[in-house]
Design a protein around this ligand. Structure first.
Ligand code: THU
Length: 137
């Protein structure tokens, strides 16, 4: 999957971000191994803890439609009204959700400031020594 397509989708999705409390708007676009794209935005809540990140929204949409094999995710985030973006790395909870479904050395995490400026990490780089289902055997 072309990183630029995923980044564009992440920016498009960021517009739907629901953030009355933080004003920090995040969009994500997740590519399956089969080439489908599932998008997500962060959705906040007045009770705070039910808030869900953009990345998990995308993963849960995909898994709830039967997809469990993933190639890459693009993430973009910044304050409401931002004209320029810094990189928005996934939070620890989202990294743990990625760990459940993705190959650490193969899955790519694309952090983007724009469609032209981005960095690609493997999940293993961002989530070393992770706790996985293999550890429970
Ligand atoms: N957020 C995400 O959507 N993804 C991340 O990886 C970092 C944080 C959201 C959650 C909350 O709505 C806002 O950003 C501020 O933490």
């Amino acid at each position: 999957m072309d990183p630029e397509i995923l980044i564009e989708e992440a920016f498009r999705m960021r517009r739907f971000s629901y953030t009355p409390y933080s004003g920090f708007k995040v969009g994500a676009a997740l590519a399956t191994e089969g080439g489908r794209i599932f998008t997500g935005c962060n959705i906040e809540n007045s009770s705070f803890s039910p808030t869900v990140c953009a990345e998990r929204t995308a993963f849960f949409k995909a898994v709830s439609e039967g997809e469990t094999e993933f190639e890459a995710i693009a993430i973009v985030g910044g304050p409401e009204g931002a004209k320029e973006f810094d990189y928005c790395p996934p939070c620890g909870v989202c990294r743990q959700v990625m760990t459940e479904f993705c190959e650490p050395d193969k899955f790519k995490i694309i952090l983007a400031k724009s469609v032209d400026e981005y960095k690609i990490y493997s999940l293993a780089e961002l989530m070393p020594e992770s706790f996985t289902k293999k550890k429970m055997k």
